[in-house]
Design a protein around this ligand. Structure first.
Ligand SMILES: [Zn+2]
Ligand SMILES: [Zn+2]
Length: 321
């Protein structure tokens, strides 16, 4: 009995150590993970940096604000939202257009700066969602409760893991595997760059009223937390609020407000009905900023072969609401 207790303590100790190492190196946890065991439990230790990021937003009261800090926060929200929707989602998860390897890597880097883990993790979880949407096997269906679908699932042991069987097409790129393994590297580099840029502005353009701590808090913490919660409304609210144009097997909805917030992802019922298109707003008035951005990148020959919505699907969309 005593031996079993000691073994249990050791096991817990190993898990704690692995969780701490997992803050930096996701492979450390993948090695230690006994898949399946309490997958639905929130891994509080490993979630601490995520919680810390939220608390760090309170530092806005200490660092103050300037127009420069707000513009930087807004620009980083927009740029990274586009990287998430255009690339983590429509490119890596659904392969709805083509891009060269350098372009793919550049946008994977930008996506990784969003602190929503690596492109492989993101694509694996999202592909799983499409296969099992709103069933017991969907980790972020709102049928399991709002908070679980919005943020709880992201912090569970199963939520941290990457099911590599779903992403065979992406595993062949070592640079993407590197981004996934060291998924805090790019965020830390961004935070450091913002701090240095803020200090440089304080020194050479003091009239702007910005400094290192201010750009770090607004440009990194506030912008990233807003970006995260906007992104995950598509898991939580876009499966609850809005209209259902297509009778899909899941609860997905079309919602203009969420589409504006997430650059087009709010047309989620359209997307579940036909996930193979780079475009998610099916009617001209269904504002889809990511689609306009991808069209612009195609005009500049940076991406190509954007997959359209098939005429038959468009006709059905016109016939509906
Ligand atoms: Zn969905
Ligand atoms: Zn999708």
């Amino acid at each position: 009995m005593a031996a079993r207790d000691a073994a249990g303590r050791n096991h817990r100790g190993d898990r704690a150590l692995a969780a701490l190492r997992g803050w930096l190196d996701t492979a450390a946890v993948a090695d230690a993970g006994d898949a399946g065991a309490d997958d639905d439990r929130i891994d509080w230790l490993r979630a601490l940096p995520f919680i810390g990021m939220h608390l760090a937003c309170l530092a806005v009261f200490a660092v103050g604000v300037s127009a420069t800090a707000l513009w930087v926060a807004l620009a980083l929200y927009a740029l990274r939202m586009f990287a998430i929707t255009g690339f983590y989602h429509r490119y890596f998860s659904h392969r709805t257009f083509r891009a060269s390897r350098p372009v793919q890597f550049a946008f994977a880097l930008l996506g990784a700066a969003s602190v929503q883990r690596g492109p492989l993790w993101w694509a694996a979880h999202h592909r799983h969602h499409h296969v099992h949407a709103d069933t017991a096997r969907d980790p972020h269906t709102p049928r399991k409760g709002f908070w679980r679908s919005h943020v709880g699932w992201f912090l569970t042991r199963g939520g941290f893991r990457t099911d590599t069987s779903r992403i065979g097409d992406l595993l062949k790129f070592p640079e993407l595997r590197w981004l996934d393994r060291w998924d805090t590297a790019v965020p830390v580099a961004l935070a450091a760059a913002l701090y240095v840029a803020g200090e440089a502005l304080a020194r050479w353009a003091p009239s702007l009223g910005a400094n290192g701590p201010q750009l770090l808090v607004w440009g990194f913490f506030v912008s990233t937390v807003a970006l995260f919660h906007a992104t995950v409304t598509i898991n939580s609210l876009a499966h609850r609020w809005g209209r259902r144009r297509f009778q899909t097997r899941d609860d997905s909805r079309n919602n203009l407000w969420l589409a504006l917030l997430t650059f087009g992802e709010g047309w989620h019922n359209n997307h579940h009905h036909f996930p193979g298109s780079a475009r998610q707003g099916f009617r001209w008035w269904e504002i889809d900023i990511t689609w306009y951005g991808l069209r612009a990148l195609q005009a500049l020959r940076i991406v190509h072969d954007l997959k359209p919505v098939p005429a038959a699907v468009l006709a059905r969309a016109r016939g509906g609401r």
